[in-house]
Each structure stands twice: as C-alpha cells, then as structure tokens.
Design a protein around this ligand. Structure first.
Ligand code: SF4
Length: 508
C-alpha cells in the first residue's frame, strides 16, 4: 500500500465485533466533526470534540502520563511519528494510519526519510465517511485484509488528530483476527506532546496486550532461547552498541541484558516482561513502565553514563535484583577505572547549551559534564518523570539549569543568555546558532546517534564536539562575509536588474 492507495476490500464474511451501527455511538448529526483543524490551530476545538465523541478517558490518561508544558502544541514533528516508527520497525507488523491526507503525507515522508523501507498503510476518509461511521467500517475492512498470520503477527491502527477528535472507535475493532493481534491507538497532537512520548503509547499498548496473553497461558520463547541469567530489560531506543555495552556491564553482576523496548518483534515483548528488573533508560516511557509494574517488575531510573552515573546505576540495578554487595563491588572495580580513563583521555573544554526532543538529553548532559564541559543549560521537550530524577538532581548539583517541556523559546533564550562556544539542539536552534556564528550540532542526527553508555560512551562525544568547536573561526568568517544578507532591505526584493543583465527594451 502507499498513502495514495485506499484500502478498499469486500466486507469480511465472518466479521466479528463492531459494525457501522456500533461505531455510530453518537447520532451522526451530533458528532462534532473536527475536519479542517490541524496542529497549527484549533487544539481546544479538537479536544472538546474528542471529549464529546467519547475519547475523554484516553485523553485524561494522556494528560496524566504526558502532562503538557508551557506550550500546548507540539513544537517538533507530528507526535504520531513516534508510534508509526515503533510499528514500522517491528517485524511482521502492519501499521496503518487513519487521518487527514496531509498529515499522512508528512508522516510517510518522514518515515522514509528515516529509512523505514516498509509500507505505511492508510485508510482515507472524507466528511461523509467520517460522520456516518463508514470510516470505522473501512478501517475494519483494512484490518481484516491485513490480518494474515502468514505475514503478520500484529496489525496496528493509529488514529491521527481528526479521527480521534471525531471519536472513531478503534477500541471496537476485534482484538484478534486469525491469530493476528489488532491494536488500535489514538495519537492526536492535542493529546500527546512529543513524538518520543508517542513511542510509549504504542510500546505500552503492545506490552499490555502481551502481558494479558502471558497471563492467559504459555507464550512463544525468544528466537534465541531464554538467557541462563536473570535479565534486565532496557526501555528506550538506543544506539545498538549501547545495548551490547550494557550487557557487558551487567555480566559481572550475574545478570544479562534483556530485550530493548520498543521491541523489534512480537515475541520479544514476552521476553521483556519476563525480566528481573527494568532499566528505564529513557524516562518518558510511562505507559510501558505501568505494564512492567503490573507484571511485578521493579523499574530503575537513570542509565550507566559517565563514571558517577554508571557507579550509581550499577548499585540501583544490584538493589533491584538482590545482587550481593561483594559482587557489586567487583563489578564496579572492573569497569569504573576504564570509564574514568576514557573520560580523561577525551576532554571537552567549552561552554555548551544542550536541548532536544529525544528524551535522552539529561543522559548526554551528564557525559558532557564529566568530560569537563561547562554545561549551562539542558532543555528537553519531554515531561518530567521520576525516572530522570537522579540525573536532574546530579546536573543541578553541578549548576546546570534543567528544563523539562522546554519550548523553542526557552532553548533560544538560554543560547542568548549563556553565549555558548557550542549549541547542541533541534533544527531551529541550530539554525539560529549559525546566524549568530556559534558552532552547533543537531542533537538527533549527531549526538543521539553515538554510543553513550559505559566505557564506549565515555569520550565518544568529545570527537564530534571538539571537531565542531574548531569551526568557530570559519563561522565568524562566514558571518562577516554574509553580514546583512537576507535581512531588512536585503531580504531579496530586487528593485533594479542586476548589473550587466540589461538588455534592449528594458531589464531582463
Ligand atoms: S496528525 Fe500530526 S500533522 Fe496532523 S494535525 Fe495532528 S499533530 Fe498535526
């Protein structure tokens, strides 16, 4: 399927579950259609429409899980991208969007920009199919078509803003068809503030489904079999080397690294739930954490970053898994000197401001501080949870300002206030820094795509940061060369033909 290809199939013969009539829980005339509203405006209207259409419960849950900050609109990419990415990265999983064509276009584009190499399913709608409940019927038909156990373990349907605001009831889809799990989630921009947190919406829904399956009876083993040692599941997308590195840190404790959540295939969800403890590497996975806790698994915040972070994290993991003290001491003695050495060998001597929307900003900040950087500000678009408390407290004790739900305005104000040697941030922050001739690095592509944990992470940032710092002079030259270009009366309005291009009869 492509975004332009409607899924239109014959209605299933033995369709279990809801129909158009069930979907029309509210008379069509009363459905507050939110068509036309978007993330550029109309959030309040969308929200009240969604509440009136029966989505209050899910919106209330999102408001608790992902409390909003100073801005009530996403300031980065469409949040649904997070859920879409989690679905697309999972093997034998079909992911279908239900939303406005323009939103789906953007989401599909972004997915392929980030190398999805997978089909994005799309069920289109118009005003009529939206208000009559026919859209729900179309989605159901699409789901039946995709529920082929030879190809798929799961089908994920994601309601974007308009279908959520219009109350399209994905909860009325069958929970399973031919053994294929069906998962419907609402991921509106007016309910989920960042794409990071939208990853949690789908990861949490999948863990819940898998937990219920495991509670009902035996489930599939991991492909590679079960670990002989108790495992620690790792929550948060991370650089692949980091998962391997964490495994090495756990080994002397008598533990092994479990699956990374979001997982890459369905059966890994069971293995993730079957752990001794959960490492909340990325602290915003609130719904996922709820499922682990419902399965009786202790969760541990922070991550093994830098010397002090790794020392504290090993201790927390040892506590959660009842590892004897002498074993913990042996593990720390084995690893910490190597981290100290790696940090000392790759120092950073610069004033830095840091911001991003991946949710790992505080961890990066710790490594920077331990590398010697004069870090003044960390802004994260994600909300505050208890799983990053240790990192926040540690950073604040070093004089770093930590801002959760940081807006672009907060990040820019910090850059103006602290005049850093290097600004690490999102695209608009980097853009602004370049205008000011401040060397800058894009967090998502250049910082979060490097190892961060344990000895591999210590010192890995310094290479890219020190290279960027060496550009300062070049930036200053460019700034003086382009001074004034593109602003005020040099903003591109040509009042005369360029010199040398005059032709007979007038200007060319
Ligand atoms: S689905 Fe995403 S792109 Fe579309 S209106 Fe909502 S937040 Fe904006």
């Amino acid at each position: 399927m492509t975004p332009s290809e409607a899924i239109r199939v014959a209605p299933p013969v033995a369709a279990s579950g809801a129909t158009v009539a069930d979907a029309a829980r509210i008379p069509a005339a009363e459905i507050p259609v939110a068509e036309g509203a978007s993330c550029h405006g109309g959030a309040a209207q969308m929200k009240s429409a969604a509440a009136a259409a029966g989505k209050s419960e899910v919106l209330d849950r999102y408001a608790t899980d992902y409390p909003k900050g100073p801005h009530d609109q996403p300031q980065s990419m469409c949040p649904a991208f997070g859920s879409l990415r989690v679905g697309l990265r999972m093997r034998r999983t079909a992911t279908v969007l239900s939303g406005s064509a323009c939103c789906v276009y953007g989401l599909t584009f972004t997915s392929h920009f980030y190398g999805a190499r997978r089909t994005v399913g799309y069920v289109p709608f118009d005003s009529e199919t939206l208000v009559t409940g026919k859209l729900f019927e179309d989605i159901r038909e699409a789901v039946f078509k995709l529920a082929d156990p030879t190809n798929n373990d799961a089908v994920v349907v994601i309601n974007l803003c308009v279908p959520t605001a219009s109350g399209v009831p994905l909860d009325l889809l069958p929970k399973e068809i031919n053994g294929v799990r069906i998962i419907g989630i609402d991921v509106p921009g007016f309910g989920v503030p960042t794409h990071a947190e939208a990853k949690d919406v789908l990861a949490g829904a999948m863990l819940r489904y898998a937990r219920n399956e495991a509670e009902r009876g035996p489930v599939a083993q991991p492909q590679q079999g079960r670990s002989a040692r108790p495992t620690v599941s790792l929550v948060g997308e991370m650089f692949p080397v980091d998962a391997v590195g964490i495994g090495r840190l756990l080994e002397p404790l008598g533990l092994a690294a479990g699956p990374v959540v979001p997982t890459r295939e369905w059966r890994e969800l069971y293995a993730a739930l079957d752990c001794a403890a959960v490492a909340m590497i990325h602290p915003f996975y609130v719904a996922s954490c709820r499922e682990f806790q419902a399965a009786g698994r202790p969760c541990v915040g922070s991550a093994p970053v830098g010397y002090e972070g790794t020392a504290a994290w090993l201790e927390s993991i040892a506590d959660a898994c009842n590892v004897p003290r002498e074993r913990l001491d042996a593990a720390r003695n084995a690893i910490l000197p190597a981290i100290r050495g790696a940090l000392a060998a790759a120092p950073i001597d610069a004033r830095i401001t840091l911001s991003g929307y991946e949710g790992s900003e505080l961890l990066v900040a710790r490594v920077l501080v331990e590398s010697g950087a004069d870090l003044r500000y960390v802004g994260t678009a994600c909300g505050r949870t208890r799983w990053s408390d240790a990192d926040r407290e540690w950073l604040e004790s070093k004089g770093v300002t930590v801002r959760y739900r940081a807006s672009l305005e907060d990040d820019l104000a910090a850059m103006h206030e602290f005049r850093p040697d290097l600004a690490i941030g999102t695209t608009p922050v980097v853009q602004k820094a370049k205008e000011l001739a401040i060397p800058s690095l894009y967090f998502t592509n250049l910082i979060s795509a490097r190892p961060l944990m344990g000895p591999a992470g210590a010192g890995s940032l310094s290479q890219v940061i020190n290279a960027a710092l060496r550009n300062r002079e070049r930036f200053a030259k460019m700034q003086s060369f382009f001074e004034g270009v593109g602003s005020a009366d040099n903003a591109g309005v040509w009042e005369q033909a360029p010199a040398g291009l005059r032709v007979a009869g007038g200007a060319a």
